[in-house]
Design a protein around this ligand. Structure first.
Ligand code: FES
Length: 254
């Protein structure tokens, strides 16, 4: 028995392919994102450089924001403004049906892959806390739409430079970010349900049938949108951060 099969012995399976590769990549990808997002939120700095606001801090709703979108929270809040908003997209992704499958497999090995032994001795599904919270996914979807509206607003503001109208690389970065996040949100299973999936028959609801068909087509690519939007939102924050720190210049296209 070689070293690799010995270390994987607890996951007994008859599979001979590299079944462990996908959960490993998800572990690295999701773990890396969570570490970066937490670090960026803790910085409480370098999240705004005119006219760009990092998506991790948008909407900026506390008095201590460098760039206030809408000052709802007073000066009593002295932690990073990112923590006031990040729980919404964080909760939306954490309760997402695709991500659940991905992190149950890669972080909990429950099970790590099809036809591979579950690491847990027993199974309680999502009937106990904290997994009971997965049932709030639809409400996180509604809240995410509010965040998305603010991100579209940030994109519009990204054309408004101190010297007037313009387009910079940052404008494109923020535009691509909100577009990808919109694809991810609209392809959500809850969105599909709300747009007509709850009906038993579309016979008397042709408009809902069209909406449901459109969302269903998006839904087929939900996993892809989940990953591309996740990577891009981190890159968008990184772009604004590096600009603000003076590490890179913003190239003006127009
Ligand atoms: S965001 Fe993935 S299923 Fe809703």
């Amino acid at each position: 028995m070689n070293g690799k099969t010995a270390s994987l012995d607890q996951f007994r399976t008859l599979r001979t392919d590299s079944w462990w590769l996908q959960p490993l990549l998800v572990f690295v990808g999701l773990g890396g994102f969570v570490i970066y997002a937490t670090w960026a939120a803790l910085q409480d700095a370098h999240y705004f450089v005119a006219p760009y606001l990092s998506p991790f801090y948008s909407p900026c709703i506390s008095a201590n924001c460098v760039h206030k979108t809408i000052p709802l929270i007073g000066s009593w809040w002295n932690l990073s403004p990112a923590f006031l908003v990040l729980w919404v997209p964080g909760g939306f992704r954490a309760t997402c049906y695709y991500y659940r499958k991905a992190y149950y497999r890669s972080f909990f090995a429950s099970p790590p892959a099809c036809a591979v032994r579950d690491a847990a001795g027993s199974y309680s599904g999502e009937t106990r806390f904290p997994f009971l919270l997965q049932n709030f996914h639809r409400y996180f979807f509604y809240l995410s739409l509010v965040i998305l509206a603010f991100l579209w607003w940030d994109f519009i503001l990204a054309f408004r430079f101190p010297d007037g109208f313009g387009i910079g690389v940052g404008t494109v970065v923020l535009g691509a970010n909100v577009f990808l996040l919109s694809l991810f949100s609209l392809s959500c299973n809850s969105c599909r349900h709300i747009c007509g999936g709850y009906l038993n028959s579309f016979h008397s609801a042709p408009g809902k049938y069209k909406a449901w068909s459109f969302i269903s087509r998006l839904n087929e690519k939900h996993m892809e949108y989940a990953w591309v939007s996740l990577i891009w939102v981190a890159l968008a924050d990184l772009y604004v951060r590096l600009l603000s720190m003076g590490v890179i210049p913003d190239v003006r296209i127009f």
